[in-house]
Ligand binder design. Structure first.
Ligand code: NOJ
Length: 473
């Protein structure tokens, strides 16, 4: 089985993982120095959010040079060192690729290569996903399209120069040895300006088929995972059908409430859609764009149960840095430290995504909790002293220990069979284990003949409320 079919992939948001030089912003040497944490945790791979040259209007998702590392994160030599150390530890590395738009400081935009962007004499009514109109006017009166911030002009994927450039960028990183890519806004690259199709245009698939050929021309199971949001499972499956990309994020699962009926429906739909095209299903509870699931679900207890539910499912799972520590969303950041364009462009009406990007607490009793020798670009809550990696590592009941145990016990599986269960309980069997998740508040009796492997809270004969347990088969 190819590694990505059952991989657990850990997302690193470089600004917030670990800082080596004391400027308060995480960097590549910081990540390299902390790879031992990921090896101990037992993940298979890491996905690095963008570390390319960027004016950082959108945390690096506004790229001005796709073939270089931004000085705030280090150098290409630092990247090579990170990759070599990860591989030495048995960890694969996938990097983010941002093909829908460049930064407005990218040389093409600066030099006025309008044929490579989407310029029009008159705008239509499209709105930017970050709020406000999706069109901005330039000095001579023309307008350019930006689905995100005005500093992120959308590329024109009908122009062969754009295609050739990205083929070359993919090769640049594959030649350096990366194991794959996370494709930003993979369903947005082709727009039907005459019609209404902003996302999921038919012609986008041809691009991904071309990329698959490039990936397949390299040895060693290189892969790509597509970000395709607000799209039905059967449509998402087309991005991972034969000859296209390998995986797509499961945003339906990420957006699900703590509700057994909804979760079961989403699990069934995800498994069905993936199996139709022979792709592995994927699961995810948090990322750098969404409110952390501890806060969404209303506490660490449920978050732990959700994690064991997710990691018990067949297929591949994505973890977001800090969820293994049970970190909550930081909701009370002072206004003046917030940087997210969602916050800025909505005039503060939307809190935005800074609250899930607060730098990780590694050790010690006071901020920056070992994040680096200086401060941290967003302030960390003082009570994170209790949840540092150091504080949790030796505690067998900590959330870190739960994730580590889960990853040690997890085995590849491909099928799921639902079993009878009391109301509010999701109970199923895979080739490798039995799982029961009790989403009610009170305990339920579950008779399992096999040995208990792991549970998200202490078992007392019964399966307590808001708890998931695993048994052997
Ligand atoms: C999705 C990324 O995950 C998000 O952080 C970014 O703001 C948008 N794409 C635009 O690149």
């Amino acid at each position: 089985m190819e590694w990505w079919r059952h991989a657990v992939i850990y997302q690193v948001y470089p600004r917030s993982f670990a800082d080596s030089d004391g400027d308060g912003v995480g960097d590549l040497p910081g990540i390299t120095g902390r790879l031992g944490h990921l090896a101990d945790l037992g993940v298979d791979a890491l996905w690095l959010s963008p570390f390319y040259r960027s004016p950082m209007v959108d945390g690096g998702y506004d790229v001005s040079d796709y073939r270089d590392v931004d000085p705030v994160f280090g150098t290409l030599a630092d990247f090579d060192a990170l990759l070599a150390e990860a591989h030495r530890l048995g960890l694969r590395v996938i990097v983010d690729i941002v093909p829908n738009h460049t930064s407005s400081r990218h040389p093409w935009f600066v030099e006025g290569r309008r044929d490579r962007y989407i310029f029009r004499d008159t705008p239509n009514g499209w709105q930017s996903l970050f709020g406000g109109p999706a069109w901005t006017q330039v000095a001579d009166g023309q307008w350019y399209l930006h689905l995100f911030a005005p500093e992120q002009p959308d590329l024109n994927w009908h122009n062969p120069d754009v295609r050739a450039e990205f083929d070359d960028i993919l090769r640049f990183w594959l030649d350096r040895g990366v194991d794959g890519f996370r494709v930003d806004v993979a369903h947005g690259m082709i727009k039907d300006l005459a019609g209404v199709t902003l996302f999921d245009h038919e012609d986008v698939h041809e691009i991904h088929r071309g990329w698959r050929k490039i990936l397949d021309s390299y040895p060693g199971d290189r892969m790509a995972v597509a970000e395709v949001f607000d799209t039905a499972p059967a449509r998402v499956a087309r991005y991972v059908s034969v000859g296209e990309l390998h995986q797509a994020f499961n945003f339906d699962f990420l957006e699900a409430p703590w509700d057994p009926a909804v979760l079961r429906r989403i699990i069934d739909a995800s498994l069905a859609a993936a199996s139709q095209v022979g792709a592995p299903p994927t699961w995810v509870l948090s990322n750098h764009d969404r409110r952390r699931h501890v806060t969404r679900f209303g506490g660490v207890r449920r978050a732990r149960a959700a994690a064991l539910l997710m990691l018990g499912l067949p297929g591949s799972a994505y973890l977001y840095q800090g969820e293994e520590l049970g970190l909550p969303e930081v909701l009370d950041l002072p206004d003046e430290v917030r940087t997210d364009p969602q916050w800025v462009r909505s005039g503060g009406a939307e809190l935005g995504r800074d609250g899930c990007r607060v730098p990780l607490p590694w050790s010690g009793d006071a901020p920056p909790f070992g994040f680096g020798p200086g401060g941290s670009w967003l302030p960390q809550p003082a009570d994170w002293a209790a949840v540092t990696v150091e504080a949790q590592r030796k505690d067998p009941h900590s959330t870190l220990s739960l994730y580590r145990d889960a990853l040690r016990l997890r085995r590849p599986s491909t099928t799921l069979r639902w079993l009878d269960a009391p109301d509010g309980v999701l109970r199923f069997e895979t080739e490798t284990m039995r799982v029961a998740a009790n989403l009610t508040a009170g305990p339920v009796r579950i008779e399992e003949p096999a040995t208990l492997l792991l549970s998200s809270s202490e078992m007392a004969g019964e399966l307590p409320g808001d708890t998931t347990a695993w048994w052997g088969v």
